[in-house]
Design a protein around this ligand. Structure first.
Ligand code: GLU
Ligand code: ZN
Length: 317
């Protein structure tokens, strides 16, 4: 007789991970909205993580406060409130631990290349600048490190194609050695690189799904590979379309029509803006005011387009 196994379904944990290096614009709000709706409409949790890793660029704490405030104005609530993983700037020691683990495994090497050298050596075409591995064999070549210069550290990548099954963009493949090359996990100034921090944070907070802009799809194979090295199971990925201006260019912060801080001076409530975004991603048939909570029952990934969206300003903006 077949034994009935209890189906242990992993609860969904999503996250929104903005960098406070600039203010929020409507494209960020769209990302937060889809991450929130995806997790909460299926009974999951949604976490906030502030990617203020680059403390020099994020030194202005009032900007972080403004960002948190803008998000609550839209009606976002985050599970766990300020949980231990919220601020990347406070987690340096944790990243160091994982960094040291990879270093002890012999997977990292110091890179002394200057920005100019990297720029000159990288192929002019292609989506990513590919690192040519110049510093990997320094010892073998008998080269000495340049005096007085602190190195960055790179992870040696395998000669392997990493496949990502993205729920919106479909199958994405990247040959790590040929299309990316060994990549930086710690910068020359000692800061942990985004790729390592994001994998450690998502892994330790039990994130099961990542919803973010399509422009980060090319980073995903590196992150999937890091998950494997660090023993985390990779999350599900949803790389969402970018919101573009009517002329097809990327949204720029200085554009008052999309900058959240400016919009808040013009709208007394977030509902018309949420409705506008929901309309643009197929959740509403017309742009009408609605709250995040009212959108929950209308959410379905099947409605969301995968190609970039032109923001029609003609209406309320
Ligand atoms: N902090 C990144 C950004 O604001 C997003 C990182 C991620 O979602 O993995 O572009
Ligand atoms: Zn180098």
């Amino acid at each position: 007789m077949k034994e009935l196994q209890p189906t242990a379904k992993t609860p969904i944990v999503g996250r929104f991970a903005p960098s406070p290096s600039g203010g929020l614009h409507l494209g960020n709000i769209l990302c937060a909205m889809l991450a929130f709706l995806s997790a909460r409409s299926r009974g999951g949790k949604i976490l906030l993580r502030v990617e203020d890793l680059d403390t020099a660029r994020c030194a202005d704490t009032s900007r972080i406060q403004q960002m948190l405030d803008d998000l609550s104005w839209f009606g976002f609530e985050w599970d766990g409130g300020e949980h231990p993983n919220t601020f990347q700037s406070r987690r340096g020691e944790i990243y160091d631990r994982y960094f040291e683990q990879l270093k002890a495994q012999g997977l990292l090497y110091p890179c002394y290349c200057t920005r100019a050298a990297l720029h000159a050596a990288s192929a002019p075409h292609g989506a990513l600048p590919v690192y040519n591995g110049h510093c990997r064999q320094m010892k073998e070549r008998g080269e000495l490190p340049p005096p007085g210069r602190a190195p960055a550290y790179r992870l040696t990548v395998p000669d392997e194609i990493i496949t990502v099954e993205d729920h919106l963009q479909g199958t994405y493949r990247q040959h790590l050695a040929k299309e990316c090359g060994d990549f930086i996990l710690r910068r020359a100034d000692g800061l942990t690189a985004y790729q390592l921090a994001v994998v450690v944070d998502d892994g330790l907070s039990g994130v099961t799904e990542v919803v973010r802009g399509r422009d980060l799809l090319t980073s995903t194979p590196r992150q999937v590979y890091l998950c494997r090295l660090l023993g985390f199971s990779p999350p599900e990925y949803y790389h969402i379309p970018l919101l573009l201006r009517e002329d097809g260019t990327r949204l720029a912060k200085r554009d008052g029509a999309i900058d959240v801080a400016t919009l808040r001076t013009r709208f007394s409530s977030p509902e018309p803006l949420i409705g506008l975004l929901a309309f643009h991603v197929g959740l509403l048939s017309k742009p009408e005011p609605i709250s995040l909570l009212e959108l929950l029952p209308l959410f379905d990934w099947k409605k969301v387009p995968k190609t970039d969206i032109l923001l029609q300003k003609s209406g309320i903006l």
